[in-house]
Design a protein around this ligand. Sequence first.
Ligand SMILES: [Ca+2]
Ligand SMILES: [Ca+2]
Ligand SMILES: [Ca+2]
Length: 680
Amino acid sequence: MFGLAVENIGDVNQDGYEDIAVGAPYDRSGRVFLFYGSSGRINTNPAQILSSGSKTMKLFGYSLTGNLDVDDNQYPDVAVGSLSDSIFVFRARPVVSVSTSFIITPNEINIERGGCDKRMCDLSGQACFTYTAHRATFNYKLMLSYTFEADSVSRKTRPRVDILQSSQGKLELPGQGREICTSIKMQLRRDIKDKLSRIPISVSVSLLSSSETTMTSVDQSDLTPVLNLYQKNTTISEVKLINERCGSDNICQSNLQLQYKFCSKKTQNGQDVFKSLAREDGDAVITPSDEDIALEITVTNRDGDDAHQSHAVVTLPDTLRYSTVVQTEAAETRVSCTVNDKGTLINCELGNPFKRDAEVTFYVLLSTSGISLSTKNVNVTLQLETTSVQTIQPVEALAKVVFELELRVYGLARPSQVSLGENVMGESAIKSLDQIGTSIQFEFRITNLGRPLKSFANASLNIYWPKENSVGKWILYLTRISSKDVQSVPCSPANEVNPLKDVKGWQAPSRHRREAEHEALSTDGLAFLLPRRKYETLSCSDGLQCVEIRCPLLGLDSSALLVLHSHLWNATLAEDYSSLNYLDIVVDASLSLTGSPANIGLNAENLGTKVKLTVFLERKTAFLVKVAWWIILLTVIALLLFLAVFVVLLWKRGYIQRLAPTKKLPLDEGPNTETAPLKG
Ligand SMILES: [Ca+2]
Ligand SMILES: [Ca+2]
Ligand SMILES: [Ca+2]
């Protein structure tokens, strides 16, 4: 029950405004709240709460009266009643106000002057105190306690000024209006970071051996004064820091600017070499196969005043991992960087100050290991900060992510050189594969030097197949497509494979012929013996009608082999190109990606291949070339050698002389065993 008794109790704190007391007898064992008046309103926070100090007391504050002076000291007193048989009287203490003057010399320091840096700047301060009380006759001696504090506003960092003696002390104020002073020695620290903002130095006062309550129990014989509750008991004096380099206005208006560039990092001769990444539509392109990328950051302060406490703050996305910050050895300004635990926030100190017209370049090395296939781009936020005057917007450094697949294709024809031979069957007589002509296999080896494609992209080998010549006659007849090291190769269009198989009267190749496929007539190795002759090159862009055969390489891991089995259509070559000595047929093939996200591309190197098949059209040379030239040559040499050795051997043994007519028969050289007598 709050407010059972409400009374005007006079001006207990001697501030010129009437105060009130409110009884709350049912609050615990009863309490009385004092509220001080002020201009226009009552302070709603209780200035003091009175209680009986006894738990057995009942309904303390049931009644109360104020505005009475029981001890005739001109300070008003309050009497509080209860339902126990006691009345409590509280007396007001004298209220004093202490005024402080605080002067620091010098109150300006030129931060640029070397002298200050070398022996530090000495400061001295003088604080003087007097007190006033409500009654002019009040002339008590007051014990005052004071505390100095430097840089008291920013308590987070170490104060820029050191107090050289004890920062606390006591002194006695002998009477009302009589000033007492104390002094203090201080020093500006050499390594301060904040060279711009003023340094506040404060002195706070309190009365010694005094409670903060205005009203006190009547039992207390000595009424010690109390400090005015609403008086500011801290006085602040400031030291101004002069920055000559910021002009006559002593305001540092900096002009920090930032440029960035995504680079690749290579090491050459033990030195880091940074090269700008390729750009696409203005954005840098990151290919995650790059081991390390670097973000080159250049900060300038062209024609700006010094930029104090300048920092570059780099915020990384989850996809990029911080490794370190480097600078070239020639860099004049060194930056020093700190990183948060997660490695996502890099704070680089550029200089304090970062001077007018200064420039610094540094590289934030980043690993791309956090980039996944779903990463389309990366966005690094770059924010410059300074305590100088400049509004700086953050810079968003954006780069696209493109996965580059390292696919390559190499092709060859087996055999790569053929001759038409003797038996060229007429066009109309051909009734089976065997009769078409020489069997040729086009082999395409696809290698994947990067990550396996299985999960995210399909590569396709597209072969431009020289099916017919310009007048629509068969050139190469495709019989089947086989593959190795790849799940399956569903080439399309399927009807381009053995297109005659459904024609009536057409026969599948015999078993014997299939096995003999590899024994095709080959002139490999003989080409260089042939003199320069009349020849022609047939390709899809020149003289041939081709069909595009697309072969998706499903499940390509590190490599695959694709073989196109075909027959050379001998009849067409014999009929249409007989005037030539030989001709080259070129088969083009290239790799492409199908159904892959836009951020996946192919490395442009070795994406295509040209396979050349040389056909010798001179039919009379056919039988000769069945036996390789070097075998014939070796055989002749071997025969000659054998003959020579044989002749030499015969001569050495004298066999040639023995055959002369003067040769004597060896009749008397010993008994003839056949005519010897038998011994009995
Ligand atoms: Ca008052
Ligand atoms: Ca009194
Ligand atoms: Ca300025």
